[in-house]
Design a protein around this ligand. Sequence first.
Ligand SMILES: Nc1ncnc2c1ncn2[C@@H]1O[C@H](COP(=O)(O)OP(=O)(O)O)[C@@H](O)[C@H]1O
Ligand SMILES: [Mg+2]
Length: 260
Amino acid sequence: MNENELTIRNLNAYYGGFQAISNVNMNIPAKEVTAFIGPSGCGKSTFLRTLNRMHEEIEGARVEGSIELEGQDLYAHALNPAAVRRHIGMVFQHPNPFPSMSIRDNVLSGLRFNSISCKGEAGDDIVEWALRSANLWDEVKDRLNKPGVGLSGGQQQRLCIARAIALKPEVLLMDEPCSALDPISTRAIEDLILELKQSYTIVIVTHNMQQAARISQKTAFFNLTAVGEPGHLVEMGDTEAMFSHPNMPQTKSYISGQFG
Ligand SMILES: Nc1ncnc2c1ncn2[C@@H]1O[C@H](COP(=O)(O)OP(=O)(O)O)[C@@H](O)[C@H]1O
Ligand SMILES: [Mg+2]
């Protein structure tokens, strides 16, 4: 049994007066893939963004409850949110390399933002290591100074993963990272996720049940009782058990495609 990397207690998330997430309690195990599933609008993305303090970047947004990374309170007053994001990286639905930057500079951008030295050979080493880790090195090694946006969608997404990995985070959060990709690029990202879980704790939001079944060890099902009501965690368990015999009838109808 792996240790828990993230421990979430009584988490509520709000946008101004609107409550998007209600009372989530969850343990996310280290060096496994945890999938978040559930119908649109049930707060999966919101909850994911509370895990690295991105939620509060939105005007009027706030969080109640506690989140600990290996026992450390991520919302402690003394902690800088940028430091939290160095340990808990994020990959978004649409690949978003910085358009004005080369492939190399994209990989190093997080380090530069955090004032971590990456000049010359040290930078070269990080670029190669991060691109190899993202299974992209062979495809781009001869064009490192070309713009990142010149790559295909699937390559751009792997570049974004390399950019996140360059900071050597403990946790990678991925919000529907394959939903803008073709099936072959999706497969490449899925294979990559299975490799990355040797070294990182991964949390992925996906609408694709087959994908959740293929790549995750744990699955968390979120739902909402009605539009305008906050989303909540229905149940979480081993992916195999969740897909073969879930405890809750709503989980069963969602995974069998009856709603969502
Ligand atoms: N920036 C925002 N401002 C206000 N409400 C938002 C914002 N982002 C999401 N919401 C609302 O929060 C709820 C949960 O949204 P979201 O987390 O995106 O759900 P999911 O990712 O499961 O589709 C929805 O009702 C959505 O409209
Ligand atoms: Mg979402």
